[in-house]
Design a protein around this ligand. Structure first.
Ligand code: TEU
Ligand code: CA
Length: 562
C-alpha cells in the first residue's frame, strides 16, 4: 500500500472545536480539550483530523468569518495550545489539517476596515465593490443566509459583495495582491507542520465579471449566485497558481468544498494531472431531499437517486484520474441516522452501521464527523431559541414572516435540517453536560445524551464505534477498497444498495438494506456460487453465500472473493 499517496487510504475525522471538549469550563470546546481526547481518536484508528476554523473571529458564522488568519481565537486557546495539539497528533502518527476560509473575511478584518474607509485605500480592491445609489442593487443575487448579497456603504456610494452574511465580505480573487496574501497565510501554517487544508467554498472564488442576474429558484426572494459565482472563469488558473506557488512544496492533502459543482466540473479540480486539489466535497447527495423551500424541506431522499449520485461520482472520478471525498455529514448537515437511516431506538445503531458500510467500502477518502461513530441523531429542540446558527435563525424568520409557512412546518424543517443538529456538544458520558463541560454549554446538548455517549458506546462491543473501527481497519488492510473498480448492481430499487469493487485479484461484494423489512439480494454472476469470505456485517448470523443474501432490517454485509 505504500506506493500510493497516504491520503488515498486514510480516514479523516472532523472535529468541530466549539463542540468537541471544553478543558477550561467556559462552556466552549477548545484546543486543549481536543488534545485531551487524542487517545480516543487514536484508538478509533483514524489517520487525519480536520479542525473547523480556530482563527480569531467575531463568531457571526461560528468562525467562518475570520478577522485574523494568524491568531488563534482566544475562545479556543493560544498558539502554544495549538502547537501542542499538532505535536501530540504527530506523536500518535496522525495528521492534522486546518480549514482555509479565504473566499471572504470577517467585516472586522483590518483589510475590510481599511477597504471601506476610502475608495483610495490600498486595501479597497481586496474586496468586490459596485457603484450604486443604495436603491438599485447591482444584481439579483441572494445570500446563502438570506437577503441580498450586496450591502451598501453610504459614505462610498458603493455596494460590497457577500455571498454569505453581510459580516462576511467576499475577497476579490482577481486582485493578485489578495492571492499572494492568501499564499502567505497558507505558508504560515504549513511551516508549523500542518498537514493540509480543507478549503471553504473553493468553487466560488472567481466571479463572472459581468455579475449577471441569476435564476430565481426554490421560491427564494432573490436570484441564485451559482451561475455567476460558482466555477467561474479563472478558478482553475488560481488553483494551479496556488498549487505551483504553495501546495506542491509540501507533503500535504487538500480537499476543496465545491458547492454547486457537477462531477464534470469537479474532475477539473481533482484530476491529478492538472495539479490543483487532491479531492473535493460535492453536494449532490445533500440536495436529494431539497424541495421548493430549498434545504429546509420535510422531504425524504429516494434511495435510487442516492445510488445514482454515488455511482456518478465513483465513475466520474475514476475515469478522470480524480479522487472522491466520502461523507454523510459535517458541521453544515443533519445527522446521517436521522436523514438517511432510522433514528428510532430500535434501528438507530443498525442503520448507522449500514450507512457506514455503504460509504466506507467505496473508492475515496471517508470523512467521519464527530459523533457519527456514536450513531448520534438530530437534536429535536422545542424552541427556535435553543438554536444558535445564523442560517437556521434566518430561515425561521423567512418561513414565519415572509413565506408564512406556520410554526409546525417551520420547526419540523429546522428539526430535520438545521446545521445545529451537528453542532450539539460531543457527549462523552451520561454525567453532567455529558462530560463536555463543567460550565454552561454554549448550545444545549442533544436531549438523548444519557443514552448516546462515548462511555456507553465504548462499553458495548456491538456499538457503532467498534463497527466503524473495523471499517477503518479494513480500509488499511484491503487494497481493493482503495483501488478496486466500483460497479453498481441494483441501480433502480428503493430498498437495497449493492455494489462490487473489482481488481485483477479480488472482488468485494457490498450490500446494505435501507428498509426496516428483511430484503433478499441476488448475488451477481461475478461471484455466484463462489466461495466468499464474510469480512464484515452488522448482523451476527454468519451464513454461506451461494446465490443470494438475506439482509435483516438495515442489515449490511461485505464479502471478499479471491
Ligand atoms: O459552507 C458553504 C456552503 O455551501 C454552505 O453554506 C451550505 O450551502 C449550507 O451550509 C447548506 O445549509 C461553508 C462552511 O462549511 C459553512 O459552515 C459556512 O457557513 C459557509 O461556507 C460560509 O463560510
Ligand atoms: Ca473552553
Amino acid at each position: 500500500m505504500n506506493d500510493i499517496e497516504w491520503w488515498r487510504n486514510s480516514v479523516v475525522y472532523q472535529v468541530y472545536p466549539k463542540s468537541f471538549n471544553d478543558s477550561n469550563d467556559d462552556g466552549i470546546g477548545d484546543i486543549s480539550g481536543i488534545t485531551e481526547k487524542l487517545d480516543y481518536l487514536q484508538k478509533f484508528g483514524i489517520d487525519i483530523i480536520w479542525l473547523n476554523p480556530i482563527y480569531k473571529s467575531p463568531q457571526v458564522d461560528n468562525g467562518y468569518d475570520i478577522s485574523n488568519y494568524r491568531e488563534i481565537d482566544p475562545s479556543f486557546g493560544t498558539m502554544a495550545d495549538f502547537q501542542k495539539l499538532l505535536d501530540e497528533t504527530h506523536k500518535r502518527h496522525m495528521r492534522l489539517i486546518l480549514d482555509l476560509v479565504v473566499n471572504h473575511t470577517s467585516d472586522e478584518h483590518p483589510w475590510f476596515k481599511a477597504a471601506k474607509s476610502s475608495k483610495d485605500d490600498p486595501h479597497h480592491n481586496y474586496y468586490i465593490w459596485k457603484d450604486g445609489d443604495g436603491k438599485k442593487l447591482p444584481n439579483n443575487w441572494g445570500s446563502s443566509f438570506g437577503g441580498s448579497t450586496w450591502e451598501y456603504i453610504d459614505k462610498l456610494g458603493q455596494y460590497y459583495l457577500h455571498l454569505f452574511a453581510k459580516q462576511q465580505p467576499d475577497l476579490n480573487w482577481d486582485n493578485p495582491k489578495v492571492r499572494q496574501e492568501v499564499y502567505d497565510i497558507m505558508r504560515f501554517w504549513l511551516e508549523k507542520g500542518v498537514d493540509g487544508f480543507r478549503m471553504d467554498v473553493i468553487s466560488l472564488f472567481s466571479k463572472d465579471p459581468a455579475y449577471p442576474d441569476g435564476p430565481v429558484i426554490q421560491n427564494k426572494a432573490y436570484g441564485s449566485y451559482y451561475k455567476g459565482a460558482a466555477n467561474g472563469p479563472k478558478i482553475h488558473d488560481y488553483l494551479q497558481e496556488m498549487n505551483s506557488q504553495v501546495l506542491s512544496h509540501y507533503d500535504i492533502v487538500t480537499v476543496g468544498e465545491t458547492p454547486h459543482t457537477s462531477v464534470d466540473e469537479a474532475v477539473k479540480y481533482t484530476d491529478a494531472n492538472r495539479h490543483e486539489l487532491n479531492m473535493v466535497f460535492h453536494f449532490d447527495h445533500m440536495h436529494l431531499d431539497y424541495d421548493e423551500n430549498g434545504k429546509f424541506s420535510t422531504k425524504r431522499f429516494k434511495l435510487s437517486e442516492l445510488k445514482e449520485v454515488f455511482t456518478k461520482w465513483q465513475n466520474g472520478m475514476a475515469e478522470h484520474n480524480g479522487w472522491n471525498s466520502l461523507y454523510w455529514s459535517n458541521h453544515d448537515q443533519a445527522r446521517p441516522v436521522t436523514r438517511f437511516g432510522a433514528d428510532d431506538t430500535k434501528w438507530r445503531e443498525q442503520s448507522a452501521k449500514m450507512l457506514g458500510t455503504i460509504l466506507h467500502m467505496q473508492q475515496g477518502t471517508p470523512f467521519i464527523f464527530q459523533g457519527e461513530e456514536l450513531g448520534m441523531t438530530n437534536a429535536k429542540f422545542n424552541s427556535i431559541d435553543d438554536y444558535s446558527d445564523i442560517e437556521t435563525k434566518n430561515i425561521y424568520n423567512d418561513f414565519m414572516n415572509n413565506k408564512k409557512l406556520g410554526l409546525k412546518y417551520t420547526m419540523k424543517s429546522i428539526y430535520l435540517k438545521s446545521r445545529d443538529n451537528a453542532r450539539t456538544p460531543m457527549p462523552w458520558s451520561d454525567g453532567v453536560n455529558a462530560g463536555f463541560t463543567k460550565g454552561t454549554p454554549w448550545i444545549k446538548l442533544n436531549p438523548n445524551y444519557q443514552e448516546i455517549n462515548v462511555k456507553n458506546t465504548l462499553a458495548d462491543s456491538n456499538s457503532t464505534f467498534y463497527y466503524y473501527q473495523k471499517l477503518i481497519k479494513l480500509r488499511h488492510e484491503l487494497p481493493i477498497i482503495t483501488n478496486g473498480k466500483y460497479v453498481i448492481l441494483d441501480k433502480n430499487n428503493e430498498q437495497t444498495y449493492s455494489y462490487l469493487r473489482e481488481n485483477d485479484k479480488q472482488i468485494l461484494f457490498v450490500t446494505g438494506n435501507f428498509t426496516d423489512k428483511e430484503q433478499t439480494v441476488e448475488l451477481p454472476k461475478q461471484v455466484r456460487n463462489k466461495d466468499g469470505k464474510l469480512v464484515i456485517s452488522n448482523f451476527e448470523k454468519e451464513f454461506k453465500t451461494t446465490d443470494k443474501v438475506v439482509l435483516p432490517a438495515y442489515g449490511s454485509s461485505v464479502y471478499l472473493y479471491k
